[in-house]
Ligand binder design. Structure first.
Ligand SMILES: Cc1cc2nc3c(=O)[nH]c(=O)nc-3n(C[C@H](O)[C@H](O)[C@H](O)COP(=O)(O)OP(=O)(O)OC[C@H]3O[C@@H](n4cnc5c(N)ncnc54)[C@H](O)[C@@H]3O)c2cc1C
Length: 451
């Protein structure tokens, strides 16, 4: 069969869906078609919560409502080849889809760790597919001891969530000396470690799994150094690699962090009618312009909005000139957020910096029921006073604090601008205007600059 469409989006994850909806909003007269190779996806950020917090794993299904509501066609098929000269995509069902504009939103696949025995049964990579994850949830609930490999935010969130399952003991393994060490400075990642330990999670840092042992099914793991541990199941929370095979096969360029190389509007380098967005595309750091392996749904959807709007003309000028790697995570009521450069990375990259910090509470007076303690750390360029990054820890009510910092980074705000920020406050909802932690941290940085 041959089909023609104006806009063909390959991939039905956050990037694909948002780019299709945006394209339809900016170009309502164009036909938009989303091709996806799995019928039932999941909301990726909700995956850890399918194990205990959600009553039914099905509640995390990523439905088609927004596509259907916007008159976007959907086809379940796998794209296997792009013919960019004749502008069509060939599929696994042997159909041809001709396009005017093509968006590659093919995402990423879990990294296959080079560990002996990794292919044994009950070793689970995190595929974003509902049927698969439902069976993983069922299996894990029958286990007594689970090992999570990877101390980034995905592994941490899994460990926290799995520790809610009664009778299941959880061990989290990380090769680096600390959890979350790539996106937080010590004062924050130590809080995460503390909170997980309080929940009964065993944390093994500076530890490497060398072999997964068992006949067909995992029975134990062997760490480098020889120590062994009995285990019923392993969750791999070690990150993903961009899906670039289609692009490489079509002769498109790939960047240093292994994603498809694109410009600020998501256009690939060698074809004005092909765009690549989300996990499959190459990201550049906001301040250093270095290629960085950031894979976040929030970044993916920001890129999708830019590409969707700019398919036929540059309608939305991209002011964000890079990726700020902004995210928050949650561990048993503790919210941690990070955006931009950490102190550690800024120093490694050669920035001369000034730090501003402030501890505070998220309600006022701090004696109100439900008040929690928080911490803000802001990193500024010493001479120019421009913000480079920030981290927060807080309770549930101030989870948006990191997003204020994210906006400040994208707008390249100075410490003085942050010190004089106009904000809304309310006793139940925020810190006091007299003691607002982001403002006081900026003030602290300003006085450190004068020293
Ligand atoms: C456990 C977990 C928790 C996470 N939590 C967060 C979070 O809290 N916050 C956050 O910002 N990010 C989070 N992420 C990261 C986030 O999931 C990804 O950044 C996001 O899914 C990227 O979206 P995408 O659309 O680019 O790719 P994907 O979500 O990978 O979607 C790509 C889609 O394309 C389909 N596809 C691939 N190849 C083809 C083909 N040839 N033909 C047709 N279809 C194809 C795939 O099947 C898939 O459905 C989390 C990830 C995981 C695994």
């Amino acid at each position: 069969m041959e089909k023609r469409t104006d806009v063909l989006v390959i991939g039905g994850g956050p990037a694909g869906v948002v780019s299709a909806v945006t394209a339809k909003k900016y170009y309502p007269e164009k036909d938009v078609l989303v091709m996806k190779d799995i019928e039932n996806g999941v909301i990726p950020c909700g995956i850890p919560y399918m194990f205990a917090s959600l009553k039914n794993p099905e509640d995390n299904k990523f439905g088609n409502a927004s596509l259907e509501k916007n008159g976007i066609d959907i086809v379940i098929d796998k794209a296997i080849k792009i013919n960019k000269e004749e502008k069509f995509v060939k599929t696994a069902k042997n159909d041809k889809y001709f396009y005017k504009k093509l968006i590659l939103a093919v995402g990423s696949t879990p990294i296959n760790l080079p560990i002996k025995g990794i292919d044994k049964k009950r070793v689970y990579p995190i595929y974003k597919e509902l049927g698969y994850l439902k069976s993983v949830v069922d299996d894990i609930k029958k286990c007594k001891k689970v090992l999570v490999i990877g101390g980034g935010f995905i592994g941490v969130e899994f460990a926290d969530e799995l520790s809610k399952i009664e009778g299941l003991s959880v061990t989290l393994v990380e090769t680096l000396p600390h959890l979350l060490a790539n996106s937080f400075d010590p004062e924050f990642f130590l809080m995460a470690e503390e909170r997980l330990k309080e929940k009964g999670v065993e944390i093994l840092t500076s530890t490497q799994v060398e072999e997964i042992v068992g006949d067909e099914i995992v029975e134990k793991v062997r760490f480098r150094g020889g120590e062994e541990r009995d285990i019923d199941a392993v969750i791999l929370g070690v990150g993903s690699k961009p899906n670039i095979e289609l692009a490489v096969d079509a002769g498109l360029e790939v960047g240093r962090a292994k994603g498809i190389l694109v410009d600020e509007y998501g256009r690939v380098s060698l074809d004005p009618d092909i765009f690549a967005i989300g996990d499959c595309s190459c990201k550049k750091d906001f301040y250093t312009r270095k290629a960085i392996p950031v894979m976040l749904a929030s970044t993916a959807t920001a890129e999708a909005r830019i590409a969707g709007a700019n398919l036929y003309q540059i309608k939305v000028v991209r002011e964000n000139k890079g990726t700020i790697a902004i995210y928050s995570t949650y561990i048993d009521g503790l919210v941690l957020g990070s955006a931009g450069l950490t102190e550690n990375t800024a120093l490694k990259e050669g920035f001369e910096i000034i730090i501003g910090t402030e501890d505070g509470v998220d309600k006022h007076p701090g004696t109100l029921p439900g008040t929690s303690q928080g911490k803000v750390k802001l990193i500024f360029s010493k001479q120019s006073g421009i913000i480079l990054g920030g981290q927060v820890s807080c309770g549930m009510s101030c989870a948006q604090a990191i997003n204020i910092i994210g906006v400040a980074i994208q707008k390249r705000m100075s410490a003085t601008e942050l010190e004089t920020l106009q904000i809304a406050t309310h006793p139940y909802l925020t810190s006091a205007p007299t003691m607002y932690p982001i403002i006081l941290a900026a003030q602290n940085a300003c006085s450190n600059m004068r020293v």
